[in-house]
Design a protein around this ligand. Structure first.
Ligand SMILES: [Zn+2]
Length: 144
């Protein structure tokens, strides 16, 4: 969730669809996997640092904080404000961290470019099988 997503989603039908598909993919496909396992902030920051060194485009590493998140549709969600990421309770895991880091890289929308970078980083850092991940992404209609 990018902090400005809420109003943007209300304005953009197409974008809302992508967002719901993405959240469904995250909630269902990764349920019970290591990617969804809640971890200490220290562990999450260590991964953030590794990813940022390669993909951060020279920008300073965003500060990854534990917090309440932002209230959205009956849920507390994690968010990115660029150089600041807040991870909500029960979302302090690799999957959500990577999602928010990609927003911090400058991909504001859950568009094709976001998804492309997201899948690449998930595969690389969570050591997921390329073909299987892309098969799932197709199944959830994140890619064609
Ligand atoms: Zn998002």
């Amino acid at each position: 969730m990018k902090i400005n997503e809420m109003s943007a989603e209300q304005n953009g039908y197409e974008r809302g669809i992508d967002t719901r598909r993405l959240y469904r993919f995250e909630a269902k496909y990764f349920r019970g996997t290591d990617a969804s396992k809640v971890l200490p902030m220290k562990t999450l920051r260590r991964l953030a640092n590794r990813i940022w060194k390669k993909y951060g485009k020279g920008k300073p590493l965003p500060w990854v904080a534990a917090g309440k998140g932002t209230y959205y549709g009956k849920l507390w969600l994690s968010y990115s404000q660029g150089d600041y990421i807040q991870l909500a309770r029960n979302q302090r895991n690799f999957l959500v961290l990577i999602h928010e880091l990609i927003h911090s890289m400058g991909y504001d929308d859950h568009d094709r470019l976001f998804i492309k970078t997201y899948l690449k980083i998930l595969e690389e850092y969570l050591k997921l099988d390329h073909d299987e991940l892309h098969r799932a992404a197709k199944e959830y209609k994140l890619v064609k």
